[in-house]
Ligand binder design. Sequence first.
Ligand code: FAD
Length: 555
Amino acid sequence: MPEVLPLPVNRVSDVVIVGAGLCGLALARMLAARGLDVHVIEARSRLGGRVLTQHCEATGQPVDLGATWFWPETEPRMTALLTTLGLASHPQYDPGDALWLTDPNHGPQRRLEPGGVHAGARRIQGGAAKLVEALAAALPPDSVRQGVAVSALCDRGLFIELLLATGIVLRARQVVLALPPRLTCETLQFDPPLPIVVRDALKDVPTWMAAQAKAVTTFSHPFWRAADQSGNAFVRHAQAVLGEVFDACEADVGAGCDHAGTSHAALGGFVALSATRRENFRRGLPMLIDSQLAQLFGPQAQDGHLHLQDWAEEEWSCSAIDRAVPPGQSQADPFLRQPLWAGRLFLGGSETAAHGAGHMEGALESADRIAHVLFRHGAAAHHASARLALYPAQPAGESRAAAVNAFAVRVQALCGKAPEHYRWHLARPLPGQPADLPTQRALLATVDQVYSEALAYLDELLPALDAAASGAINGRHALTSILLLPFNGWNKGLLEAALGFNAASCALSGFAQDHQPDADALRVITLDLAGAWREFAWELNARLLASAGEAACLS
Ligand SMILES: Cc1cc2nc3c(=O)[nH]c(=O)nc-3n(C[C@H](O)[C@H](O)[C@H](O)COP(=O)(O)OP(=O)(O)OC[C@H]3O[C@@H](n4cnc5c(N)ncnc54)[C@H](O)[C@@H]3O)c2cc1C
């Protein structure tokens, strides 16, 4: 019989989270703050998953080898969390010419990219791991166990048993799998087995960037800035080693060689070779990267210190399918956002998010969604007082009517900005990720963004909305239709605005059919939008019911 690891309360935790990436840690922080007994199990001997910051041995500067950028314009959760945790950020450096190399036998061409390359992206000061450290610091001691993988889960009815790779068994009333869906499918055993539709949906979601390799070279000074170059470079020929390069300096680096703080200069890039080719060229790859940088930026680019991270070799990030098939977009079937095993098992991780899937924002969004559902599905039953604390204190003087009105005003503002967001999603640069069906994806990303922000605002207003003061009929809270009213006709208007924009958009070069989608394409888009609307309306209603203490209506 496997050993049972002693746990603090009745040997059954409230919640066990599998995976200490951003999703797992953010969720653990929310649950622990509300008094739940939560444990996180992490396979690696470090925290953060696809967030990885190393420090250069030569210069001491932080080097992001995983996630780097966030976009405040469209990623409200990242922006808010950084503010809450007191973490600073700085804009991605873009001024100056970008370099384009299209012929391996000739030098690069300079081009000024109007509006920059990174669409308002920002980076976390000191490296993205600062976020991981701050989240982990907010957890109770001993709540995270590193260096041990979960290998199987068994539903025992009142609780779930988790079998660790060491043979140890943990027990929890509820379990969250905060890891890439394909890893869930490939590496975990389930008893009873997950339904085939769930397994298929898990396999279908590519793990964002998991098959990529990232290279960051640190330098004593940002010599490219002195030459009026942005550090951005694109290599578009068959022998490309780095496909895209960007300025990876810390914020304190100036433009010239003699500027103070010159030791934190760096160029980062994504390796253009496939995972298999990287495996074959593993020993020679550093030299190839050095000479590619030198061809782009001149001989000084060979004097740096290279940091290389091949994510395809990371068994706890990259699944076999990710390694084998070309990368695609992460957009999970909404089905994966439904609880399993009668509300005891939840699928999390960035790839399951409705908004920001694949990004750090998506990891936070899925954590947020699951925190709400956990409180509705039982964790709150053990911690009634904690559930109340899920919502912030009621702002003084805020009446219910004012809150309803404030929600309507915010919805109108969000909907008003949606066409702009659509254009942004359509044109957004996606390093190494070809996006097919751009109209459908950009529209879905836009409505998901609006719904996600509307739900975040609803959370703020819940105390003032005083949902307990009105009843629910057939599981529908009285406020639901009132709050949904400002969305009337919006989907249709957005679709029209998008099609009007598409007709003349150069963002769609290469997608001729998207200039004027045919009836079949429009039907698919309309169905997608309707599905997103249903999920949003359901979630809004569920949050009102939970706030009113009507959780029982949901089961
Ligand atoms: C090279 C690269 C560049 C990126 N750039 C950006 C960017 O610029 N901006 C952005 O927003 N996002 C970026 N991303 C994506 C971003 O890193 C992810 O969206 C985010 O970190 C995902 O967090 P997560 O918690 O959902 O998953 P993960 O970070 O994958 O965390 C999952 C955790 O689960 C653990 N685990 C897996 N299996 C088990 C098991 N069986 N038992 C226990 N633990 C297990 C893993 O070790 C891992 O720690 C990038 C990713 C990569 C790889």
